[in-house]
Design a protein around this ligand. Structure first.
Ligand code: UDP
Ligand code: MG
Length: 327
């Protein structure tokens, strides 16, 4: 019989966990497979870890591990992927926005021979601003990267063991799993479903975290922003050149210009201020873009472990990723 691993990243999810245990537990029977559910406690400060451990006591197929601090959603999922042993791995949020009742559909597609099955959201119950930003972001991302990133596909997905091995072998720590998943290739298919509102608790993805994730999405996969800097530079230089040409003509043909109401101004202070500000702004943007890449390079060279495990139940966490081996 094949085995399915389910990975659930959890950060301060005490309110929602009992519901998750119940709803996810109830549908495992429909999968026609052995299973394990790996909950990764991403350094929660509430009772999440106690609840997870208690669940492991009740049913050893629920395994869990906890991080020494909050390392972030993508890292929590990466750790889950590393310790999962199933022939296929399902990634699902703890807050029941991704309905567990739909998991069997992912598994069906996998049995048909697809190696990556991701859920595409047809409807989001999130706030308006988030929806608009998400919409815009996916469109920009798909233009900026050299491979096909499906729009509106979240982290809810199923990955075949082959794909999991590939992802586990990737050394980078700024992980944008949706991007890596699309990048890996293989036989992929999206299936549509509605994304519901959170079952309980508050979103752990603050605006800041979502923004960081979006930045990771773009900067980890694309060098297009670097080219944006070049284009901006070109545009500004061109504008400056045209401005200079115009001023020169204005001086030389002062009379003609005066006739059409374009008498040269005596001071030119506003022009000076505006152009200085504009140039300064463009330069700062370009520096920022460079900084994004350098920061990422710096993160990678330090070679620190991606996560630090505090505790585990039902999992052998002694095997560590190769990049952790020196710890
Ligand atoms: N999460 C996590 N670490 C974090 C933030 C979130 O493991 O630092 C988990 C969270 O418990 C949930 C999933 O990631 O299972 C998605 O988070 P959330 O629901 O807050 O994000 P949203 O659905 O609003 O994008
Ligand atoms: Mg959520």
């Amino acid at each position: 019989m094949s085995k399915i691993s389910v990975i659930v990243p959890c950060y301060n999810e005490e309110d929602v966990l009992p519901k998750l245990f119940e709803r996810l537990g109830a549908v495992t029977g429909t999968w026609n497979a052995d299973y394990e559910i790996i909950c990764v406690d991403d350094g929660s400060r509430d009772r999440t870890w106690e609840l997870l451990k208690a669940q492991n006591q009740k049913d050893p197929r629920w395994r869990c591990l906890s991080f020494a601090r909050n390392f972030g959603h993508q890292t929590a999922v990466s750790a889950g992927l590393f310790y999962a042993t199933g022939d296929a791995v399902v990634i699902i949020d703890a807050d029941l926005q991704d309905p567990p009742e739909q998991v069997f559909k992912l598994i069906e597609k996998w049995r048909e021979g697809y190696q990556v099955v991701y859920a595409v959201r047809t409807k989001r119950d999130d706030e308006m601003v988030k929806q608009v930003l998400a919409w815009g972001f996916y469109r920009i991302l798909s233009k900026a990267v050299p491979f096909n990133v499906p729009a509106d596909a979240g982290d809810f997905c199923l990955l075949d063991r082959r794909v999991v091995e590939v992802l586990n072998a990737l050394p980078e720590r700024n992980r944008y799993l949706r991007g890596l998943r699309a990048w890996s290739g293989f036989r992929q298919i999206g299936i549509e479903f509605e994304r519901h509102a959170r079952a309980a608790g508050t979103p752990q993805y603050t605006f800041k975290k979502s923004f960081r994730l979006a930045m990771d999405g773009v900067f980890s996969f694309s060098t297009v922003p670097l080219r944006v800097a070049t284009y901006l530079g070109l545009i500004v230089s061109l504008a400056a050149f045209l401005g200079a040409l115009f001023t020169l003509c204005q001086k030389i043909f002062a009379e003609q210009f005066a006739k059409i109401g374009l008498t040269p101004g005596p001071h030119g202070i506003p022009t000076l201020v505006i152009s200085t500000l504009f140039l300064g702004g463009v330069q700062l943007i370009c520096l920022g873009i460079l900084g994004e890449y350098i920061g990422r390079i710096y993160d990678e060279v330090k070679g620190r472990p991606h996560w630090i495990i505090q505790d585990a139940a039902g999992l052998d966490t002694k095997t560590v990723p190769e990049q952790h081996a020196k710890w």
